[in-house]
Design a protein around this ligand. Structure first.
Ligand SMILES: Cc1ncc(COP(=O)(O)O)c(C=O)c1O
Length: 390
């Protein structure tokens, strides 16, 4: 039997406040990708053909463009299918390489509020014999240098701390953490899927060994991301094949997606500074107005050290499932990560919120098209729903 064609009904909610889950592809990104789906269909690994050379040149240019925004040499950037794969490659690849060198597994450190694409490979390494410390952050979501210092052990080989949290938006003081790692000869990985394109950072200044980015968080295509790595950091591949991407990520590079990621990065960096200020103002307006109407609300995560496009609140005294069911037809937002399988957020639980509080929480994230009016409408909607549920 032929599979039936799924009918996608128009599920577009009235107001969209879930841009940290994903973003639509920008029309300019679509335009630059278009020829690489059909007319320019060469395989970038096939340098013997004109079409292959053309595809290879497009990939090289995309790599150079993205590298320029990260201020690194292009050779340090490996295309992957997204942030999940980049995190897995960095963590599994590095830990296993070091275990081979040392003849034994070592100790790994992370934070309990990481994305599952970091926590789960680290827990896999634990099953393989590595020891893992998952540090509980402070109630504001931040990790202190003291906490990290206390977590180090004699055989710690790797620390992974995300640059910006996907649920509560908090920004960890990575420059302080990398200094501690350098002093101890420990490798540092950061998942910057939510920070890339929202903040300026200089990789070499903060001495990051592995950094992860993703395309679909910045109005680029889904299915592409990258791992940036330092020269000579030990790493083993997770797959074997045609030797592409420094032998670390074999397989034909999706040329259109690589070109799209480069364009998305260009657009994100073009207006980063003005967007940063605009989002901070929108977020302050959102929070102030919500507080006026729902004084009992609790903010999750530090407001000071935070992405500009994120707000996360808990509304005490309402049932999470009722809150989300009532909001769903009106407002697109989330209670946690897009990859959390409906469980109460492990991030909010790590901050000390109860299961009920974690469920009665809203992650509200902004996109380029978010306006003051939309924020005002969202405040009224949320306040009305909360009033009805009380
Ligand atoms: C912080 C963080 N890491 C990793 C991922 C996974 O990204 P991708 O969908 O590119 O695999 C996401 C996206 O949800 C994220 O927010």
């Amino acid at each position: 039997m032929q599979p039936s064609t799924v009918r996608v009904t128009d599920q577009k909610a009235l107001l969209d406040f879930d841009y940290q889950a994903t973003t639509p592809c920008d029309p300019e990104v679509l335009a630059v990708m278009k020829p690489y789906w059909s007319e320019l269909w060469g395989n970038p690994s096939n340098r013997q053909s004109r079409a292959g050379l053309c595809a290879s040149a497009a990939v090289s240019l995309a790599r150079e463009q993205i590298a320029a925004f990260l201020r690194i040499k292009p050779e340090r950037l490996i295309f992957t299918s997204g942030a999940t794969e980049a995190n897995n490659l960095a963590l599994l690849g590095h830990a296993r390489a070091r275990a081979l060198e040392l003849g034994r597994p070592g100790h790994l450190i992370t934070v309990a509020t990481e994305h599952h694409s970091v926590l789960d490979p680290l827990r896999q390494l634990q099953r393989e014999g590595f020891r893992l410390t998952e540090i509980q952050p402070q109630p504001d979501g931040l990790l202190s240098t003291k906490q990290l210092i206390e977590a180090f052990q004699n055989d710690t080989i790797l620390v992974s701390v995300m640059m910006a949290n996907n649920e509560i938006g908090v920004l960890q003081p990575l420059d302080e953490f990398t200094k501690l790692c350098i002093e101890r000869g420990v490798i540092f990985h950061t998942d910057a899927a939510q920070a890339f394109g929202q903040l300026h950072f200089n990789l070499d200044q903060i001495c990051i060994d592995f950094l992860t980015i993703s395309g679909h968080k910045i109005y680029g295509p889904k299915g592409i991301g990258a791992l940036v790595l330092k020269e000579n950091v030990p790493i083993l591949p997770l797959q074997w094949g045609g030797g592409q991407e420094l032998n670390l990520r074999p397989g034909t590079i999706p040329v259109a997606l690589a070109v799209g990621l480069a364009k998305a990065a260009e657009l994100a960096f073009n207006d980063l500074d003005s967007r940063y200020i605009r989002f901070c103002n929108l977020r302050n307006q959102f929070l102030d107005s919500l507080r006026e109407k729902i004084p009992e609300l609790k903010v999750n995560g530090s407001i000071k050290h935070r992405l500009p496009n994120n707000l996360n609140i808990t509304i005490p005294g309402v049932r999470g499932n009722k809150l989300h069911r009532a909001l769903r037809p009106l407002l697109n937002c989330s209670s946690g990560s897009a990859c959390s399988n409906g469980e109460p957020s492990h991030v909010l639980r790590a901050l000390g919120r109860s299961k009920e509080e974690a469920e009665a929480s809203l992650r509200l994230s902004f996109g380029r098209s978010t306006t003051k009016d939309q924020v005002n409408n969202a405040v009224s909607l949320i306040a009305n729903v909360v009033k009805e549920l009380h």
